[in-house]
Ligand binder design. Structure first.
Ligand SMILES: Nc1ncnc2c1ncn2[C@@H]1O[C@H](COP(=O)(O)OP(=O)(O)OP(=O)(O)O)[C@@H](O)[C@H]1O
Ligand SMILES: [Mg+2]
Length: 261
């Protein structure tokens, strides 16, 4: 039975997609069966893994809206040893269409329920909003990871985000847990960044991952080549950081796994 984890933050550009792609590849590298679900109509997770989202015949939209079986929308990622349910632009309308459907908060839950036993981990990359798509992600999840950019406005919006998680817990998914906040784009030469990390540790009700993701050009370049950092530059600082994150998450499950690189 897969553990389902959503990466969420309604703030744009904080590293949700970068973290989703790289976490998925390191979990797969540790020998886990992993599925990445691209819940963002921007399709960044899909294109970042080399999928041409303009020419997709089937995507998450067909599974969530038209009731297509998830097996028919899953794509294997060559060289990555993991699967993805890609998204495309048509998902942008889904947020509105879902409003009129039955079980509107549980559309993704229903999709993933059918394939849950095929994987160890299902990682969901959410769009930068707290709309119905993100709510579907939360309802389908066991846990959430909140990527937080190590910059000045980082804490803004976090209380609204935690309130949304609470509402989902009270009304839709009582078992939903916050796994932790993940500091991203950290520049250790910057005093402000160090201060933000301290503040998040002080104020965040719950866990902040020990693994901190540095700001590095290599992490930003990799998606342009359709690659995760493991396949783009396995010995870079960014690669080490995401490997540590995967290790930390596996350790939380009581597992001590070996990676190939
Ligand atoms: N650690 C990092 N170092 C340098 N650049 C990064 C890092 N993480 C992400 N980026 C870059 O910052 C931009 C935003 O990152 P990303 O797309 O992962 O954020 P996001 O939260 O998914 O954004 P959105 O809210 O639009 O979905 C991208 O151009 C990405 O390549
Ligand atoms: Mg994104």
């Amino acid at each position: 039975m897969a553990k389902i984890i959503s990466l969420i933050n309604q703030k744009g550009g904080v590293g949700k997609t970068t973290s989703a792609i790289n976490l998925v590849t390191y979990l797969a590298d540790a020998g886990k069966f992993v599925l990445l679900v691209d819940l963002d109509p921007q399709g960044n997770a899909s294109s970042g893994l080399g999928i041409d989202t303009r020419n997709l015949k089937k995507s998450l939209y067909q599974a969530m809206i038209s009731g297509e079986h998830p097996q028919d929308v899953i794509t294997k990622i060559e060289n990555f040893n993991c699967d993805i349910i890609p998204s495309s632009q048509d998902l942008a309308g889904a947020g509105v269409e879902i409003v009129h459907l039955d079980n509107r908060e549980f559309r993704l839950y229903e999709v993933l329920r059918q394939i849950r036993t095929d994987y160890d981990y299902i990682i969901i990359d959410s769009p930068p909003s707290l709309g119905l798509l993100t709510i579907n992600g939360l309802t389908a999840s066991d846990e959430v990871i909140i990527p937080v950019q190590a910059e000045y406005y980082a804490l803004e919006g976090l209380s609204q985000l935690l309130e949304t998680i609470n509402l989902v817990r009270e009304n839709l998914q009582p078992e939903l847990k916050v796994m932790g906040a993940l500091m991203t784009m950290y520049d250790r030469r910057n005093r402000l960044a160090r201060q933000v990390v301290r503040e998040v540790r002080d104020h965040f009700p719950g866990y902040v991952f020990d693994s901190i993701i540095p700001r590095t050009v290599r992490l930003a370049e990799a998606p342009g080549f359709g690659k995760s950092i493991l396949h783009f530059d396995a010995f870079s600082k960014g690669a080490r950081a995401y490997k540590n994150l995967a290790k930390e998450i596996l350790r939380m499950e009581g597992e001590n796994k070996k990676f190939t690189i």
